[in-house]
Design a protein around this ligand. Structure first.
Ligand code: CMP
Length: 146
């Protein structure tokens, strides 16, 4: 089993697409083992996206990610990192394949509805940024069969 961090971004909540996106995630076989809604502060957003500091889109990204609440969630599944990136589609919705979340719901490369970790190392860092180990609920195989 592998874990990845998902963010349903402020545009997702503003458009009331949380249910639709979580449904897509569950239908694709992911278990949601932790979730929280929060309004990122500029300090939090700058720390989370520090890898992009200095890029032309960085100031706009921080402004967008702090403009309203978002949902952070931990997803669990075999190959969760690459499978969730495939489900999201290309960062630029204009290049996202039909059937992906971004193709269906995103409007621009900035307002792109969702985030997902891009590597095992970053998944660990990003999950720990928002959640302690005790907040991650292991999925019970017995419960999943009921
Ligand atoms: P995300 O997966 O959250 O990772 C970094 C984010 O920066 C990305 O999604 C986009 O929202 C944003 N981003 C990346 N490239 C660009 C760009 N060229 N112009 C504007 N925003 C971008």
């Amino acid at each position: 089993m592998e874990r990845t961090l998902a963010i349903l971004k402020p545009d997702c909540l503003q458009k009331k697409l949380v249910g639709a996106v979580l449904s897509r995630i569950e239908q694709a076989g992911f278990s949601i083992i932790a979730a929280r809604i929060l309004h990122l502060t500029p300090t939090q957003a700058e720390a989370f996206y520090s890898v992009h500091l200095g890029k032309p889109f960085y100031p706009g990204l921080i402004e967008f990610m702090t403009q309203g609440p978002c949902m952070v969630a931990v997803l669990e599944k075999d190959n969760a990192i690459s499978d969730y990136r495939a489900l999201m589609g290309n960062t630029d919705p204009a290049l996202a394949a039909p059937g992906t979340i971004r193709h269906e719901y995103a409007t621009t490369i900035r307002y792109n509805i969702v985030h997902g970790s891009d590597s095992h190392e970053n998944a660990g860092r990003e999950i720990a940024f928002f959640f302690s180990e005790s907040e991650l609920c292991l999925t019970s195989p017995a419960a999943a069969k009921k």
